[in-house]
Write a protein that binds this ligand. Structure first.
Ligand code: HSE
Length: 437
């Protein structure tokens, strides 16, 4: 016999209406796959005056409390975003014994531990597949498909807006500001794109993934975060000459005692899978000690893909309700008492090859002065490009180094930037080592 599971949705914006649409359009399929009928009983939104006409039995309210206090509702979907009211609604819902599904990465990456411990105490589930990677089922992959692996590396292009901008810059040589403006006019980028272009949205997602991959209590402030606003078409061109594409990557490597946590523009070898994820697409690349490399690729945002992820969480919880198996799979993959603090690798200890673009006067001896300073700090050059291309009275000298340590690089660049012949601050971009080679 089909069991009815009643659901309430708070927030009827893009993702909220997409979720409602997915639940409506896929209702029969979901019932055939679960034996449950998911009933969207109520929707709360302060700006919505009416629901699409096919939601005949769904009540619309302006007050989220109407949903949170409804004893018939088992699952609350929070899709208003933000870290204040959303947090209150979620904690209130948990206190009432409701399961919660959310796409709120900002909230989970800053107050996640409070929310997950409240959920554990009340024996309810938190579904958050939609918070990372939109429609790509990667949270489930980490929790279930990769459960028998120690995760060694998490890498990814986790922000569609940033990737769209870099792809446009790469394909057309257009400067960052112009691409951003165009993307905003076309509605691809937010009016305030700070979170996307400064890497903050990517850092939110990395925090959630690290928590689940390593069973680690990690916070947003642990992630070193640099955005793409300083990337210039000339760097994209030089990177191409060296055989690389520039991508905004999240990178975390598990060194056992400590783990890396960083988001920054990166030169990715052009044959690497991640170098070929273009436009607004996302790619998540995990390495497990048993499975080796896994790449998950797809739409990291958007109304229907994200709605699909929210609906999948609702279905998981509905199945667990029906089979009396709440928290059969721990929300964070590890059991709550197994989530431990771990040390973050200090940024100054990171080792990788580097790309440098020095802006210098075109005078004899400049190159040897720069290489002298690099050699003093044990930074070895792999290749150099120097063209007589004039840039505002100076010439670019571009270098690709062998692996070097971040603190040595910082010190060397400080000295080079202080040279009389240096005309602008050196551009430094870290280079990804292709583990597959
Ligand atoms: N703004 C994000 C992106 C989607 O551009 O990928 C939501 O995290």
């Amino acid at each position: 016999m089909t069991k009815e599971i009643q659901v309430g949705l708070i927030g009827f914006g893009t993702v909220g209406s997409g979720t409602a649409q997915v639940l409506y359009e896929q209702a029969d399929r979901i019932t055939k796959r679960t034996g449950a009928s998911i009933v969207l009983k109520k929707v709360a939104d302060i700006c919505t005056e009416s629901l699409p006409s096919h939601f005949t039995d769904t009540q619309l309210t302006k007050d989220a409390a109407d949903i949170i206090n409804d004893p018939e509702i088992d699952i609350i979907i929070e899709l208003i975003g933000g870290t204040t009211i959303a947090k209150k609604f979620i904690l209130d819902a948990i206190a009432k014994g409701k399961h919660v599904v959310t796409a709120n990465k900002a909230l989970l990456s800053t107050h996640g531990m409070e929310i997950f411990s409240a959920a554990a105490k009340n024996n309810v589930e938190i579904g958050f597949e939609a918070s990372v990677g939109g429609g790509i089922p990667l949270i489930k992959s980490l929790k279930e498909g990769l459960v028998a692996n120690k995760i060694l590396t998490i890498m990814g292009i986790m922000n569609g807006t940033g990737n769209y901008i870099l792809t446009q810059m790469t394909d057309h040589g257009t400067p960052f500001d112009e691409v951003l403006k165009d993307a905003q006019e076309k509605g691809y980028a937010e009016a305030d794109p700070t979170y996307d272009v400064e890497g903050i949205d990517t850092a939110h997602k990395l925090v959630i993934l690290m928590t689940m991959a390593y069973g680690m209590d990690v916070r947003l402030e642990d992630v070193r975060c640099e955005g793409i606003t300083r990337i210039e078409p000339i760097d994209i061109e030089f990177a191409k000459e060296f055989g690389y594409r520039i991508k905004l990557l999240a990178i975390s490597r598990n060194h056992g005692e400590h783990v890396e946590a960083r988001v920054h523009p990166t030169l990715v070898p052009e044959k690497h899978m991640l170098a070929n994820i273009n436009g607004a697409y996302n790619g998540f690349y995990f390495t497990g000690d048993m499975v080796d490399n896994v790449l998950l690729y797809g739409q990291g945002a958007g109304m229907m893909p994200t709605g699909s992820a929210v609906a999948a969480d609702v279905v998981d919880i509905a199945r667990n309700i029906m089979h009396n198996s709440i928290n059969r799979v721990p929300s964070l993959s590890y059991l709550p008492d197994q989530i431990q603090p771990r040390r973050i690798t200090p940024m100054e200890n990171i080792r990788c090859p580097y790309y440098f673009r020095f802006s210098t006067l075109d005078k004899p001896g400049v190159l040897s002065k720069i290489s002298g300073i690099l050699s003093k700090y044990d930074i070895s050059i792999e290749s150099v490009i120097q063209k007589s291309r004039k840039m505002k009275g100076s010439v670019p000298i571009v270098m690709h180094t062998y692996e070097a340590q971040e603190d040595a690089v910082e010190k060397a660049l400080e000295e080079i930037n202080a040279l009389e012949t240096t005309t602008a601050e050196t551009v430094k971009i870290r280079v990804l080592v292709d583990d597959e080679e």
